[in-house]
Design a protein around this ligand. Structure first.
Ligand SMILES: Cc1ncc(COP(=O)(O)O)c(C=O)c1O
Length: 430
């Protein structure tokens, strides 16, 4: 939450070409601002209670998340990275054990495996969804494989129809990395209830973001839930008695209290993200840009919750387009410029350039655009218009150019933050 946002009127928001002077990649203050009084109230309550670690707010949040995701057990912890580590600890991953996961993901997916001495076995992705390719997973299963760890990247669930039979045949558990995909579904079931264990993040850029680090694990298995609850508190149960070696990974009461204020809004915010994604697709199509950029695909078998809207820019033009957008004040990010199998710290695994061609091509071509729930139509039109300018096209779709200037489609945002502190391209990382 920031202070000092200056309301922005339509008349001073547009530059000569009819587009806005800037669009942030993420503007968390727009989401938090209207909830400020509720945040203050619950923070005061936690301060007064003197309970700062776990406690009643964490228990209540766990129950509310279990209901929202329709999963039997939820265990809060200190981050999404710890959620992954705890999940692997619950399966007692041993040195040398292999875990199959995508190379095209955030670092934490793989480092959780290596922290325990395990071996990340990187699989390639599907070119249209950026999600782990089940056929490549099948090729990489060996007698040393201990788990499959699909990542529901950018807000979309991996192909569970193909992955679940593979896991069942090989007798392997599925650990979902759902850090980016809270409320995404597969055939109507939420991620978090699609495998044995799932790992979520409350990092501020996530669809349900806290005021700092936080995360949780969900599980469909009671035996794992009991271990996970112990593992997050040093394996301790009862106090000062340890039959497991765990870690300190507890969710703070303040985070839980803040997240409980936000959770009831998550579904509506997700719907806004879906609408924004549809609007981009419409604008890109009407601007005639689909021959120069690739639009993200949503698998009809699930609900895509659009943590990121990621386009492809071919022919080596991605970085130049990003520089053009940056100079026009449009925030973007590259998720992820270097696939994990090519990271220096994993060179000991012996994987080389060319090993995962679809992943490597994605790393060279992808660009994430602003997609946050409070993004205004005029901001999306600006993003698309700036991209059109880069490709030497008209920045305005023909039908919008003809439309009445006062219509919703071209109206400037009613209230845009001008703090510049949150949401500029350089501030947002995950
Ligand atoms: C796919 C993925 N896995 C794991 C994590 C780790 O979560 P955290 O940052 O909460 O540790 C993140 C996010 O940062 C992520 O995007």
């Amino acid at each position: 939450m920031t202070t000092g946002s200056v309301p922005n009127s339509g008349s001073d928001a547009s530059s000569d070409d009819g587009l806005l002077p800037s669009v942030p990649l993420l503007a968390i203050d727009r989401q938090n601002g209207p909830l400020r009084e509720q945040f203050r109230m619950v923070i005061d309550e936690v301060c007064d209670s003197g309970r700062f670690v776990l406690g009643p707010d964490v228990t209540a949040l766990e129950n509310e998340l279990a209901e929202a995701l329709d999963v039997p057990r939820v265990i809060g912890c200190a981050s999404g990275s710890d959620a992954l580590l705890l999940a692997l600890m619950a399966f007692d991953l041993k040195p040398g054990d292999e875990v199959i996961l995508p190379s095209y993901t955030f670092f934490a997916t793989a480092s959780a495996v290596t922290r325990l001495g395990g071996v990340p076995v990187f699989a390639d992705i599907c070119p249209d969804t950026f999600l782990i390719d089940p056929e490549d997973v099948a090729r990489r299963i060996t007698p040393r494989t201990r788990a499959l760890m699909p990542v529901h990247l950018f807000g979309q669930t991996a192909d569970m129809d193909a992955l679940r039979p593979l896991a069942e045949q090989a007798g392997l558990p599925i650990i979902e990395d759902a850090a980016q995909s809270i409320l995404s579904t597969w055939h109507g079931r939420c991620s978090g209830g699609l495998g044995d264990v799932a790992c979520f993040s409350f990092y501020p850029t996530k669809n349900l973001g806290g005021f700092g680090d936080g995360g949780f694990v969900s599980t469909t298995r009671d035996d794992l839930a009991d271990s996970l609850r112990k593992l997050r508190v040093h394996g301790m149960e009862p106090r000062y008695y340890h039959d497991l070696i765990g870690i300190n990974s507890r969710l703070d009461s303040l985070q839980a209290a803040v997240l409980r204020v936000k959770l009831p809004h998550l579904d509506a915010w997700t719907t806004n993200r879906e609408q924004n994604a549809a609007r981009y697709t419409d604008l890109f199509t009407r601007c005639g840009l689909t021959d120069v950029i690739g639009l993200p695909a949503a698998d009809p078998r699930g609900r895509h919750v659009w943590n990121q809207y990621v386009i492809r820019v071919a022919d080596g033009k991605r970085d130049a387009l990003r520089a053009h957008l940056s100079s026009a004040g449009v925030g973007t990010e590259i998720y992820y410029p270097v696939p994990l199998h090519q990271q220096a710290c994993f060179s000991y695994l012996g994987r080389n350039a060319g090993d995962l061609p679809v992943t490597e091509q994605a790393a060279a071509e992808t660009l994430a655009l602003p997609i946050f729930p409070e993004l205004e139509p005029a901001e999306q039109q600006t993003v698309v218009g700036r991209i059109a300018q880069f490709f030497g096209r008209s920045p305005t779709p023909p039908d919008i150019a003809r439309a009445d200037k006062g219509s919703d489609a071209v109206a400037a945002p009613r209230q845009l933050s001008r703090t510049g502190l949150i949401g500029s391209a350089d501030d947002v990382r995950c």
